[in-house]
Design a protein around this ligand. Structure first.
Ligand SMILES: Cc1cc2nc3c(=O)[nH]c(=O)nc-3n(C[C@H](O)[C@H](O)[C@H](O)COP(=O)(O)O)c2cc1C
Length: 311
């Protein structure tokens, strides 16, 4: 997730378990061949064979509208060691859509086809190429055209965020569309959208018929939900992470961001994660309220101590 799930968030979340794979933030591709340092910045896991610290594979996410340039950059990325490419046809951001990328391409399934086909042809056969789509741009009427475009162009996997661009992030997610896609194409289809709880997971599985799921905001809010789902599926008892455990992880995460981002941005990634966590943990709300205007390392550190180690 752009601006949210960077290298260190991926490291923390995958360490908790239950996650089989993850994707970098998107690398925007225009007309140029990007330098190596860009790929390394978005995907520090390149240093570790494209695995997070706990051994979970990471895909490189590319976004853009120029098939030739995406293909050339995808090939280049594989030369630097990238082992899987994911193409973004879902981003709803105005800046991205206005410059020909993300969900705006869903208005032209033939361009989705051209992009996937070009990238598939450019990278070595053993490198999986996946794509992520929404159900459309203005509405959901062309969902199947885009899904077929991805399949016929030779992608190895399709993730479907079950909403149009205009649907935004508003519930519901239309999981039944995913079922129709899954029945029409012969590659794995990953269901995405609006999985916040164990119950949502089971309803999504039922309605989509999928076996693979992508979690976005739900995982940020409830970092061990994937582990909980897996434990439940295999009939194991599961003790959910306590707020104290989440807080300790958050503290380590925050300390890492101090080194990673410039002083101007101190605390931003922490506050952002707390915004999601407060949807699941009531304690995250008071933490967020206490920290939201703080900008110095010392103030934030003091709040951590007050909030997490007060008894
Ligand atoms: C802040 C934010 C950033 C996102 N960045 C990306 C992205 O870079 N690539 C992508 O394919 N989807 C991105 N998404 C969409 C999510 O991956 C996901 O498809 C969407 O949030 C629905 O799933 P959820 O209900 O589990 O969150 C982003 C969503 C949010 C809220």
């Amino acid at each position: 997730m752009e601006g949210v799930v960077d290298y260190s968030v991926r490291a923390r979340l995958t360490q908790l378990g239950g996650i089989d794979g993850c994707v970098t933030e998107f690398v925007r591709v225009t007309h140029t061949l990007l330098p190596e340092k860009v790929f390394r910045r978005f995907m520090p896991e390149l240093e570790h064979n494209c695995l997070t610290r706990s051994g979970t594979p990471v895909k490189l996410q590319l976004l853009g509208g120029n098939a030739e340039s995406l293909a050339a950059n995808a090939l280049r990325a594989t030369e630097f060691g990238v082992q899987a490419i994911d193409l973004n046809f879902g981003c709803p951001a105005k800046t991205v859509n206005n410059s020909d990328g993300g969900a705006s391409l869903l208005r032209e399934p033939e361009r989705v086809y051209a992009i996937v086909a070009a990238v598939r042809a450019a990278v070595p056969a053993q490198i999986p190429v996946s794509a992520k789509i929404r159900l459309g741009f203005e509405d959901r009427s062309r969902y199947m055209d885009n899904a077929l475009a991805v399949f016929e162009a030779g992608a190895n996997e399709l993730t479907v965020h079950a909403r149009s661009k205009v649907d935004g992030y508003k519930p519901p997610a239309y999981w039944d569309y995913i079922a129709r896609i899954r029945e029409s194409i012969r590659i794995p289809v990953v269901a995405n959208g609006e999985i916040w709880t164990l119950e949502d997971f089971y309803r999504c599985r039922e309605e989509s018929g999928c076996e693979d799921f992508m979690l976005g905001r739900g995982l940020m809010a409830h970092p061990d939900i994937a582990r909980h789902i897996k434990a439940h599926l295999s009939g194991q008892d599961y003790t959910p992470l306590s707020w104290r455990q989440v807080g300790t992880m958050l503290h380590e995460f925050h300390r890492g961001t101090i080194k990673q981002y410039s002083e101007k941005y101190i605390g931003n990634r922490l506050k952002q994660w707390l915004m999601y966590l407060r949807l699941h943990y009531p304690e995250a709300n008071s933490f967020f309220e206490a920290v939201k205007r703080q900008r110095s390392v010392d103030d934030i550190e003091k709040t951590f101590i007050e909030q997490l180690h007060s008894d």
